[in-house]
Design a protein around this ligand. Structure first.
Ligand code: B3K
Ligand code: ZN
Length: 845
């Protein structure tokens, strides 16, 4: 069996390729099941060695070197061939079968349209090539076919009956290659760069989707302007194309000059998209555009360096969102996401460093750790060196490494060179996995206040011993009457235990620690409810005000589950004051209403020696929400009135903040009026945010059957809205119904497992329903479908298997069921390398 002994690749084994690729000419003769790819590639020896070209699932028609026959030896992974000890031209013709390609890597078809996905290692499924990011070259591409629109990277150079030619003057690795051909229509736009160059912009979509492009186009222009203003980065081709594709394994891809998007991450209209969709689309358009400099002009030497482009680009897109919308709200949203996705990863069997040191399948390392923790690391670096030094370091990075395939060492060196700092210890953030835990002790004597921090990182797979990290801990001190006596100060912790003193204080202060969440750690600080309530009322740092409430909510739920306590009324009354405060941003108040996830409560229980019972957590959460609704019954109508939007729908921060407060209030009201208000909202909603959230409330109130049918009739032809319809029925179901609802939906005629959006809508909702999924039937159902999907789409299967990563938190019956499900997946004959690596890691530890 081919994948019997999967190969592990190590960072330490890096060797450069022995040839430079001077240029690449590709001709595509498109046919759905027999596309011919002709390549002409000029190789120039550097260090030489064995000449190996990657190539998978390619039918080799012919190959030559300098016009003479090439003596190739082929394997499943590529070919070797004797080559001259001098520059030479390699020519090959291969045949590929795009329509049979359901893995959605390489060249494939989506709804009759040709498209590509090459990152990380998809180009080797298109032709034989040194498919590694440190081999950069200039590509010229000719596309032959009857499709009216034929696109590739770079600038268009020629076009005629049945063909189009593109030339990309910027050397690039093969993973940034892209081709699209089909019956597409464009939403055009243009942008004038700061040096006065006019760029043609297009968003290409299937006929019928033209009306959903305006928002994406606006986001693109704003991103282009922002990167000029904030990072001094200008666009560098004559044209920038975006294409929307329905079948796509992830969000989007930053191919040079031709970004390809999952249609769910670019198409938007008020009727079909929620406020959250709009915000996400804006961020992803920005993210892919920003890659043009951080990823494309400066790329990665090897895939271990993935965080070099991803961490930095996520950091840049969050800066953009903070600037476009509300910075405190964005920070809170990012921390919620980090705790929901990265913390479980870093605290479980899949924990790996931001720069991993080995892998079997690189697609398994496009993780929250590489992306989101990678961005946190950059945020810490900026906090440590300061804004001005960060800007100087980035200027040097672009100047020194433009055109390079760079490393994390190169990245840190620009900071060392511009600031004179030694970043040796800081570099541990890239090599040491796991989430540090920080405890705090206070001391107060003679006007001097001392904070003593201890840091400890629990062992993670392959890393039993941990060293202290550099932690920027932002602290502010408040006086007992609520005034800030020491404004935010960044303490730089480098030792396992370290004290910091503050002199000249007239009373023992109340500390606000880890403001703005200045380091991605777990703060294990025992704080009284009274002190948290004080911070909730007085902290000047919006993040920590929110955090105080969140901590109270968490402690309250934990006490309810573990000790059978009732809801914490001290907290609820404090929160009521914040909710009533009209000077506070509605979006911020809505975030205050969003408690910790049930999975987070399970983790806290597990961390403190209890075995979490998902149904008990679910029940405690219900009781708490019922109590909130009862206790604030008098307040809810005025909050709803304040949150009402009277102007025509716009997806801006102001309106969406109001709607998020309004929908949070609607969810509480539903507990008082059995959904009467939600029904009224559903009947009159003119936008998807309200329609969907009203529908969720109707389903939760047990009166959603009619509305669900109406929704389906209204939206059955809109695949993106139907994804919501599929997912919502599962996420709004009672835990005991979740598995049955999911199963029934897999029998719906519109369920299509080959479409990743639809598969994720259903099984992502299952995995995300904490009390519905964590039960033997939940595990078994997910395993059944992962086994079915794996032969078609290993990447999505492997990704979805992470739903099992927390299995060891639960009781022995659940553990046994999860283990059996995982072992069943692992034992599947012919299981992909992707899924096999993930399941093996999840089962280990
Ligand atoms: N760079 C791509 C991700 C590719 C994932 C390959 N499995 C999208 C992004 O991060 O912008
Ligand atoms: Zn990215």
């Amino acid at each position: 069996m081919k994948d019997a002994a999967p190969k592990t690749i190590y960072l330490a084994d890096y060797q450069p390729f022995g040839w430079r690729v001077e240029d690449v000419h590709l001709t595509f003769r498109l046919a759905p099941d027999a596309t011919r790819v002709l390549s002409r590639i000029r190789f120039v020896p550097t260090t030489g060695g064995e000449f190996f070209l990657h190539g998978e699932k390619l039918k080799l028609i012919s190959a030559s070197i300098d016009g003479g026959p090439a003596e190739v030896t082929q394997t499943d992974e590529g070919l070797t061939c004797p080559v001259p000890d001098a520059p030479f031209t390699w020519e090959a013709e291969v045949e590929i079968d795009p329509i049979a390609n359901k893995a959605l890597e390489g060249l494939y078809m989506s709804n009759g349209m040709y498209c590509t996905q090459c990152e990380a290692e998809g180009f080797r499924k298109i032709t034989f090539y040194p498919d590694r990011p440190d081999v950069m070259s200039v590509f010229t591409v000719r596309i032959e076919g009857d499709e009216p629109v034929k696109l590739s990277n770079g600038n268009p150079v020629a076009k005629g009956e049945g063909f189009a030619e593109w030339h990309d003057p910027w050397p690039k690795p093969a993973y940034l290659f892209a081709l699209v051909a089909g019956d597409l229509v464009n939403h055009p736009g243009s942008f004038t760069t700061k040096s006065g160059k006019e760029i043609e912009l297009n968003i290409w979509v299937r006929p019928g989707d033209e009306g959903k492009c305006a928002f994406g186009m606006q986001a693109l222009k704003e991103s282009m302007k922002w990167d000029e203003d904030v990072y001094g980065r200008e666009y560098d081709l004559d044209i920038f194309n975006i294409v929307a594709v329905d079948d796509f394994n992830m969000g989007a891809m930053e191919n040079k000059g031709l970004n390809i998007f999952n249609s769910s991450c670019v198409l938007a209209s008020p009727e079909t998209s929620t406020d959250m969709n709009f915000e996400r689309i804006e961020a992803i358009i920005a993210h892919e555009y920003f890659h043009n400099w951080t990823g494309n002009r400066i790329t990665c030497r090897d895939w271990f360096q993935l965080c070099l482009k991803e961490g930095l680009t996520v950091y840049r897109d969050s800066q953009f969102t903070s600037d476009m919308r509300s910075a405190p709200v964005k920070r809170i949203d990012d921390v919620i996401a980090l705790r929901a996705r990265q913390f479980p990863e870093d605290q479980g069997p899949l924990s790996h460093p931001v720069r991993p040191e080995s892998f079997q399948e690189i697609n398994n390392f496009y993780t929250a750790t590489v992306y989101e923790k990678g961005a946190e690391v950059i945020g810490m670096l900026k906090r440590l060196v300061g804004d001005a030094a960060y800007a100087r370091a980035l200027d040097l990075y672009f100047e020194r490494h433009d055109g390079d395939a760079a490393t994390i060492e190169d990245w840190l060196k620009v900071f060392e060179d511009t600031t004179g700092r030694d970043l040796t210890q800081f570099k541990r953030w890239y090599s040491q996995s796991g989430t540090p835990r920080v405890t705090v002790a206070e001391d107060w004597a003679d006007g001097t206040y001392t904070l003593t921090f201890k840091q400890m990182t629990p062992p993670t797979p392959g890393q039993p011993e941990k060293l202290p990290q550099v932690l920027p801990i932002a602290v502010g001190l408040l006086s007992p009457n609520g005034d800030e006596v020491v404004p935010t100060t960044v303490l730089e912790m480098t030792e396992a235990e370290q004290s910091f003193t503050f002199d000249g204080l007239s009373a023992k202060p109340i500390p606000s620690i880890l403001r703005e969440f200045s380091a991605p750690v777990v703060l294990d600080r025992v704080v009284s409810r009274e002190e948290r309530a004080f911070l909730l009322a007085h902290d000047t740092d919006a993040f920590n005000r929110w955090e105080a409430s969140r901590d109270l909510a968490r402690d309250c739920l934990v006490a309810m589950v573990r000790d059978g306590a009732g809801p914490d009324t001290l907290w609820l009354d404090g929160l009521r004051e914040v909710l009533r405060d009209e000077s506070q941003d509605p979006a911020f108040r809505a975030l205050m209403l969003q408690g910790p996830s049930q999975s987070e409560i399970a983790q806290v229980l597990a961390d403190t020696g209890s075995t979490p019972d998902p149904m008990a957590i679910w029940q405690a959460n219900e009781t708490l929400l019922d109590t909130m609704a009862d206790r604030w019954a008098d307040l809810l109508p005025s909050l709803a009135a304040e949150a009402a939007v009277t102007e025509p729908y716009a997806p801006n921060a102001e309106q969406s903040g109001k709607r998020s407060l309004g929908t949070a209030v609607m969810a509480l009201q539903r507990r008082l009026d059995s959904g009467a208000n939600a029904q009224a909202v559903f009947d009159h909603a003119d936008n998807m945010t309200l329609q969907l959230s009203a529908l969720a409330n109707l389903l939760r109130a047990g009166r959603g059957t009619e509305a669900l049918k109406q929704f389906e009739t209204q939206w059955q032809d809109d695949r993106l809205v139907m994804d919501k319809w599929f997912g919502l029925q599962i996420s709004a179901a009672h835990p005991d119904e979740v598995v049955a609802v999911t199963e029934a939906l897999t029998r719906h005629p519109a369920f299509d497992m080959t479409n990743p959006n639809r598969f994720r809508a259903v099984f992502g909702a299952l995995a995300g329903h904490h009390a519905g999924f964590h039960r033997p039937e939940g595990y078994a159902l997910l395993a059944d479908w992962l086994i079915k999907l794996d032969p078609l789409n290993p990447q999505t299967t492997a990704r979805m298997s992470t739903a099992f990563q927390t299995w060891r938190r639960y009781d022995s019956a659940r553990q046994a069921a999860a283990k059996a499900a995982l072992e069943r997946i692992a034992a599947t004959p012919g299981l992909s390398r992707d899924t096999s690596e993930m399941v093996t890691r999840i089962l280990a530890s």
